[in-house]
Write a protein that binds this ligand. Structure first.
Ligand code: SF4
Length: 200
């Protein structure tokens, strides 16, 4: 695999080294790799042995059920946008989680970036943890990318349904191009991001 420069993994490693900001790489390796994957996992396993119950290595939480979009068939668009966790509750969940050895926090919604100021605050305070948010991409702007770059411990997965026609059929006209613009901004800022998509 290493000797084949065209293998997808070598291309991935090379683009990580060439395109991602060094501080972002360092924080991803330390927080998502060492802290969550190694140290955290060892700590939660010790708890499991000591107390005979398992502790997860990851917590999934929704900062808000609110969303700025109305995609077809989504509960967030249909049930109203009234439920959000306060910053204090989010902070308490992460604080308690870290005490147990949980250093990976995944966020969905609603649209988590409606709370982007609180996500930045949370990632800054809990700088040994890693935060991963599933987003529709419409609220990604340059100021947010700069903050992600400064901290290095946040990564995003941008939702796409397919190419423009399929995506905008469900998500609304113009959404595909907004997603592409968000990806361009993330790339320009040397950030790590992925996509979230549904296989038919
Ligand atoms: S962007 Fe996501 S949360 Fe918002 S309405 Fe669409 S599918 Fe639902």
């Amino acid at each position: 695999m290493i000797s084949d420069p065209d293998s997808k993994w070598m291309k991935y490693v090379n683009s990580l080294l060439d395109e991602i900001d060094p501080h972002v790489v360092k924080m991803h390796v330390l927080n998502a790799g060492y802290q969550a994957g190694f140290y955290g996992f060892s700590k939660t396993s010790e708890f499991a042995k000591e107390h005979s119950y398992r502790i997860p290595w990851i917590i999934l939480m929704d900062p808000t059920s609110a969303c700025n979009q109305h995609c077809k068939g989504c509960w967030s668009a249909e049930y109203g946008h009234k439920i959000s966790l306060s910053y204090e509750d989010l902070d308490s969940i992460v604080t308690q989680g870290e005490e147990l050895g949980i250093f990976f926090y995944m966020m969905t919604g609603g649209e988590p970036l409606i709370r982007k100021a609180d996500i930045i605050r949370l990632a800054e305070k809990h700088n040994r943890s890693f935060f991963y948010a599933f987003t529709n991409g419409t609220l990604v702007d340059n100021a947010f990318c700069k903050e992600m770059k400064r901290l290095g411990n946040i990564s995003l997965a941008l939702s796409v349904e397919g190419f423009e026609e399929q995506n905008d059929f469900r998500r609304g006209e113009g959404c595909f191009n907004k997603d592409m613009k968000a990806m361009d901004l993330l790339k320009e800022n040397g950030l790590v991001f992925g996509t979230s998509t549904i296989c038919p």
